[in-house]
Write a protein that binds this ligand. Structure first.
Ligand code: ATP
Ligand code: MG
Length: 189
């Protein structure tokens, strides 16, 4: 299996590039943000819990996210591989992912780090908020999400470097140019 972690700050383009990777390599896609937004839309208990955190720009507790991730992963049958979009976001989640895959005789193949400067992230997210109305894409919440990214999520860069899985991707440029760099990195595996 080809198991790809797509990583980056909020607004770095994980979702956009994931769709293309899925199409090209025939993978299953787990976007934890999309899963949570669907739960919120459907008014489930999980959705109610998640909304409280998301509106504050905070992360959902690890234990809850890890359970969700395993159940989505196990719902895929005869998968060629999975792209993990928005997960892991903490060291505890990365360790849980490693163990979950190990229990299934799998591992992460590569971690793609989409790097985008902070002012560009801010511009993209404010624009997305205006166009899509995503409630957490407002200036105040974006700032909180970026703080959370730096404190809780960015440490995963060194974690994946130590695992020998890290691949930097320049996240600024045309969508095609970024995608070409991603494809080249995957095809080298
Ligand atoms: P991008 O724009 O690159 O897709 P994003 O940061 O805008 O990234 P999502 O991945 O859609 O957003 O996540 C939205 C929110 O859902 C997060 O801010 C967080 O509150 C919650 N969330 C998503 N994934 C996780 C996770 N793995 N652990 C904890 N909370 C999560
Ligand atoms: Mg997304």
């Amino acid at each position: 299996m080809l198991n790809i972690v797509i990583f980056g700050a909020p607004g770095s383009g994980k979702g956009t590039q994931s769709e293309r990777i899925v199409e090209k390599f025939g993978l299953n896609h787990i976007s934890t943000g999309d899963v949570l937004r669907a739960e919120i839309k459907n008014g489930t208990e999980l959705g109610k819990t998640a909304k409280g955190y998301i509106d504050q720009g905070q992360l959902i507790p690890d234990a809850l996210m890890i359970d969700i991730l395993a159940s989505v992963f196990d719902s895929f049958k005869d998968s060629k591989g999975v792209i993990f979009d928005g997960f892991p976001r903490t060291i505890a989640q990365a360790e849980a992912l490693k163990q979950m895959l190990k229990d299934r005789n799998q591992e992460v193949s590569i971690m793609l780090d989409l790097e985008v400067p902070e002012d560009e992230l801010m511009t993209r997210l404010i624009k997305r908020g205006q166009e899509s109305g995503r409630a957490d894409d407002n200036e105040e919440t974006i700032k909180k999400r970026l703080v959370v990214y730096h404190s809780q999520t960015a440490p995963l860069i060194d974690w994946y470097k130590k695992e020998g899985k890290y691949q930097h991707i320049q996240g600024v440029g045309t969508m095609d140019a970024i995608f070409n760099d991603i494809v080249a990195a995957i095809e080298k595996l």
